[in-house]
Design a protein around this ligand. Structure first.
Ligand code: CO8
Length: 263
């Protein structure tokens, strides 16, 4: 059972097909230190290996913060350009692993999602924010820039103009404004409860189709429209070879709910 695994700074709760990964560093607003980053990577690997899990929700412990950034107290260990680059690469690796997962991922953003915390939320497919959430990339105030994918993923998600405004001002964007700019998909009183509802909607659908949608969008964003359309056609072809495609069509024609097997 996933929820019996021992971690120091993260916790996995699994209820059927929904796994919730909670980042928990009380006293540091769940900031990501080296241990937390490696535990997130390990936990994500284990979650994906579990065939029962269909959706991953990532959240932060407590009401005050999702994740308040990379752990600033570790920055004093950075002594050279090489160290800084390696730090960025290792964080980017964890975020890219999350972005590349074959199952849908939802960030339930409670409170502060700053710096590396927002970058973690950006690596997820969908973001649900609590009304109290505040999202920002304040790295320039530390003499840094976002290093865990933020300069790239934020601009792709909300456009270069809005992303540059956020990164150059270092301001914290409140939940409702984040909703308006497409930075989050939903605002709710209880982000985790709403994230579970969104997960339930996703889980009604064919799992292989979900993973193919993700792959088509992710790979398409890095290429021309023409090449992206080709990727879409490839993914579409793969979907038509699944048993779930036959099941979905048969269920529709016979006016029943489909029973997808992920095959
Ligand atoms: N790292 C380490 N500790 C933190 C962090 C953090 N990012 N954020 C908060 N904490 C700690 C505080 O130091 C404090 O600890 P203590 O009680 O021991 O003094 C505790 O959490 C509570 O925080 P505050 O007392 O500051 O709480 P407030 O309510 O007054 O303020 C804020 C909340 C506004 C969220 C404030 O804590 C804050 O500004 N935090 C830092 C936010 C930030 O700048 N985040 C970005 C960090 S940089 C980053 O993420 C870069 C990622 C890419 C790295 C690439 C490397 C090359």
């Amino acid at each position: 059972q996933l929820d019996e695994l021992e971690f120091n700074t993260v916790q996995i709760d699994q209820h059927g097909p929904i796994a919730v990964l909670t980042i928990s560093r009380p006293g540091a607003l769940n900031a990501l230190n080296a241990e937390t980053l490696s535990e997130i990577a390990r936990a994500v690997d284990l979650i994906v290996e579990d065939a029962e899990v269909g959706v991953l929700i990532i959240t932060g412990a407590g009401e005050k913060a999702f994740v308040a950034g990379a752990d600033i107290s570790e920055f004093t260990q950075v002594q050279s350009v090489y160290d800084g680059r390696e730090l960025a690469l290792s964080g980017q690796d964890v975020m890219s692993r999350i972005a590349g997962l074959p199952i849908p991922t939802i960030a339930a953003v409670n409170g502060y999602a700053l710096g590396g915390g927002l970058e973690l939320a950006l690596a997820c497919d969908v973001r649900v924010a609590a009304g109290t959430a505040r999202l920002g990339l304040p790295e320039v105030g530390l003499g840094l820039l976002p290093g865990f994918g933020g300069t790239q993923r934020l601009a792709r998600l909300i456009g270069a103009g809005r992303a540059l405004d956020m990164m150059l001002t270092a301001r914290q964007v409140p939940a409702e404004e984040a909703l308006g700019m497409g930075l989050v998909n939903y605002v709710a009183d209880d982000a985790l409860t709403r994230a579970r509802e969104v997960a339930e909607l996703m889980l009604r659908n064919a799992p292989i189709a979900l993973s193919l949608v993700k792959e088509a969008v992710r790979r398409g964003l890095d290429t021309s429209l023409e090449a992206g359309l080709e990727i879409e056609a490839d993914m579409f072809g793969l979907a038509t070879a699944t048993a779930d495609f036959k099941e979905g069509v048969d269920a529709f024609l016979n006016k029943r709910r489909p029973a997808f097997q992920g095959e």
